[in-house]
Write a protein of this length. Sequence first.
Length: 153
Amino acid sequence: MNQLDHAYAVCKGVARRAAKNFYYGFLVLPSDKRNALCAVYAFMRHADDIADDPSLDPQAKRERLDAWLGSANAVFSGQPTDDPVLMALADAQQRFKIPPQLFEKLVQGTKMDLDIPAGGAAPMVLCDTFDDLKEYCYYVASVVGLVCIRVFG
C-alpha cells in the first residue's frame, strides 16, 4: 500500500467510526468519489473535534482551527505533509478541483459555533435575524453541498 492509499484508508476509518450514517451512503459511490468524501469528512471531523474540545477556551479553539486550515492551505499549495488526512484531502482537492476557499468557509462555519453569549455557559450561535440564520446555514450546510457538487460532478 502506498502512502496515498494509506492516507485514504485513515480517512475511511474516521468516516466509518464517526459518520456512521454518512459512511454507508459513501459506500455506493465509485472509489475515487468515496475516497474524496471520506477525506473531506475527516478534515471537517477534526475541525469539529477542535471546536468541541471542552479543555480549550474559545480563543485557543480559534487558534487551532486557524492552524488546521493553514496546514491544509500549505498542502494545497504543494507543501509536503505527513498528516494522512491532509494528504488525502489535498489529493481530493486537486483531483476534483475543489476551490480551497470552500474549505476556508467550512472552517469559518465551525468557528461560528464558538460564540458564547454574555453570561452563557455553553457555546451557541446567535441568530437574531433570518439573515443571520441564512448566513450560518450557508457556512455549515450549503458549503458542504458545494464541495459535494465538485466531487459528484
